[in-house]
Design a protein around this ligand. Structure first.
Ligand code: NAI
Length: 335
């Protein structure tokens, strides 16, 4: 069977890691018909659309995309294309597995981590509802709804159950935001009650941040509203070697976009030295989503073998290989 998948290379290091992922996926033997569409800072500025129409049409048609990062201006300019995509296709589950790579030396190499972060992806402070009340006074609305909280909690518990994980930890600040985070927590508890075999606990976000650094091995599945999830997942990425090694997926009921956690990395773009691991591991998640389970396992193993050998690692994880050399090493392990 051939899968039709949208490829959005993005900009910055996006096209470099996307090309590597496309080559590696080709070597898995899974048949993919790519529909490549441009979505970059340049195209967005030229067209004036927060998501260029060909991108919307392609995702509507094929339902599935592999995406590189896209640059977003800070403190002004157009809306983030990522936020726009998540809203447009109602990709409410942001799933970020954080796993220690074999042999990879980090400040936390003495512990082996394997956790998955579920971040609500459509509301909270990312609702983008901001208002200048009077000059120099701005409000930004944090929106939490029962519907969105219940479905992200359900996604986290379903995943925990399906993959035989043991514990879900909800992260909140309901001691201060009693109504908003209070509602989020009530929804998590409601869903938790349907899964008595799964251990459930709750942590206030500031304590959770400290615990993540002090005792990260205690975590299994983490469940959070949008903003805490965004921050904590980058923190968790730092525990296992940085943004270059952590994958992600944005999943809704009808569409899914698989993408790395990292951005367009303008500081290293165009030099061919970006680490493609994050997008490759996102590709593993995509293969599982497509039920190409054996190819997913083979690709995961091949990536881990490259870390075990430690001969073709990129600079961000202590090596001096290029993006293409890393990809070639993965391909040779697949063979
Ligand atoms: P960033 O993730 O692009 O870079 C942070 C640091 O990590 C940089 O030092 C970079 O060189 C390094 N890094 C990131 N990915 C790497 C990789 N694969 N290999 C080696 N090193 C890597 O974050 P930053 O600088 O905050 O954002 C840059 C731009 O990317 C911004 O315009 C931001 O809005 C956008 N962005 C886009 C995302 C997306 O499209 N999904 C996600 C996050 C940021």
């Amino acid at each position: 069977m051939t899968h039709n998948i949208v490829l959005i290379p993005g900009d910055g290091i996006g096209p470099e890691v996307a090309e590597a992922a496309q080559r590696v996926l080709g070597a898995t033997g899974v048949r993919i018909d790519w529909d490549r569409v441009e979505c970059s800072e340049k195209v967005i500025r030229e067209t004036g659309e927060s998501i260029p129409t060909p991108v919307v049409k392609a995702i509507e048609r094929h339902k599935l995309a592999l995406k590189g990062p896209v640059t977003t201006p800070i403190g002004g300019g157009y809306q983030s294309v990522n936020v726009a995509l998540r809203k447009k296709f109602d990709l409410y589950s942001n799933v970020r597995p954080v796993k220690t790579m074999p042999n990879l030396i980090t400040r936390f190499s003495d512990v082996s981590l394997d956790m998955v972060i579920f971040r609500e992806n459509t509301e909270d402070l990312y609702s983008g509802i901001e208002h200048e009340v009077v000059n120099d006074v701005v409000t930004s609305l944090k929106v939490i709804t029962r519907r969105a909280s219940l479905r992200i909690a359900e996604a986290a518990f379903t995943y925990t159950h399906r993959f035989g994980r043991k514990k879900v930890t909800s992260v909140h600040k309901a001691n201060i935001m009693k109504l908003a985070d209070g509602l989020f927590l009530r929804c998590c508890r409601e869903v938790a009650a349907h899964y008595p075999e799964i251990k459930y606990n709750e942590l206030i976000v500031d304590n959770a941040a400290m615990q993540l650094v002090a005792k990260p091995e205690q975590f299994d599945v983490l469940l959070m509203p949008n903003l805490y999830g965004d921050i904590m997942s980058d923190l968790a990425a730092g525990l296992v070697g940085g943004l270059g090694v952590v994958p992600g997926a944005n999943i809704g009921d009808h569409h899914a976009v698989f993408e790395a956690v990292h951005g367009s990395a303008p500081d290293i773009a165009g030099r061919g030295i970006a680490n493609p691991t994050a997008l490759l591991l996102s590709s593993v998640m995509m293969l599982r989503h497509l039920l190409e389970l054996s190819a997913a396992d083979r690709l995961q193993n091949a990536i881990e073998m490259v870390y075990k050998d430690a001969k073709f690692l990129t600079a961000d994880v202590g090596g001096n290989a290029t993006t293409n050399q890393f990809a070639d090493a993965v391909i040779s392990h697949l063979a």
